[in-house]
Design a protein around this ligand. Structure first.
Ligand code: SAM
Length: 221
């Protein structure tokens, strides 16, 4: 019987990222691909988590090669990362040996309830089809402490896009697509699991980007 992971196409996503892990880690070493507006949302998230009297751990969920985990750590967060792709986790461990990384899916986070003061989902829910999104948000809400924050970043829009071509120029033959969601859709998914919108950012594409980019900051009631 196919598992939820199979239904959501996770084996294919894992295979694709395992294949490109070295290339990804070499190209995206820090947050310089993010615009100042994107970074402002992440900064607001880091401040929301660390400015409390009792800052707790932060999960970078879908951490890839760990560049945004580093960004959060540099802003005072006690961060750990998980990713579906063992290849990406290997790169994260190699490049950020002082931070903790493990293999796990957004749809099945291996942590007890109420563990984290913050969860970042930065361009990692984008490979999950619409029927998998409620499970991701349910898992985020489950592992967040009451009052904890979520920041999620994504390409904003509708439908799907093939991203295989972007890796073909590096000699990788992969099949990978991403799903676009609007900020309204993401805010509604968050609200359904008790995450109240704090702020949202939607901006037009910069050079080299195809889509609008969005980020949502939300807090668990
Ligand atoms: C575009 S990369 C972004 C990585 C990182 N957040 C960053 O900003 O550099 C997408 C990452 O999400 C991971 N991913 C995709 N689906 C996932 C899932 N269901 N659970 C965990 N990670 C997932 C991929 O393996 C990949 O490392």
């Amino acid at each position: 019987m196919p598992s939820l992971s199979d239904d959501l196409g996770q084996p294919g996503v894992q295979r694709a990222y395992d294949t490109v892990a070295g290339t990804y880690a070499g190209h995206f070493t820090d947050a310089s691909a993010e615009s100042p507006l994107d970074r402002a949302m992440v900064d607001a998230f880091a401040a929301a988590v660390t400015d409390t009297g009792d800052p707790g751990p932060v999960l970078d969920a879908g951490c890839g090669a760990g560049r945004m985990s580093r960004y959060l750590a540099d802003r005072g967060c006690e961060v750990q990362g998980v990713d579906l792709s063992p290849g990406m986790v290997e790169m994260a461990r190699r490049d950020h040996p002082d931070l903790g990384f493990s293999v796990a899916s957004l749809t099945d986070l291996p942590f007890p309830d109420d563990t984290f003061a913050g969860v970042m989902v930065w361009y990692s829910a984008i490979h999950t089809p619409p029927q998998g999104q409620p499970q991701i948000f349910a898992e985020v809400a489950r592992v967040l402490r009451p009052g904890g924050h979520l920041v999620i970043g994504l390409q904003s829009g509708q439908g799907t896009q093939d991203v295989s071509a972007a890796y073909a120029k590096f000699g990788h033959d992969i099949e990978l697509e991403r799903y676009l969601y609007t900020a309204d859709e993401v805010a509604a998914l968050a609200a359904d699991v008790g995450l109240t919108e704090v702020a949202r950012m939607v901006r037009r594409p910069r050079e080299g980007e195809r889509d609008d980019q969005a980020a949502l900051l939300a807090q668990l009631r």
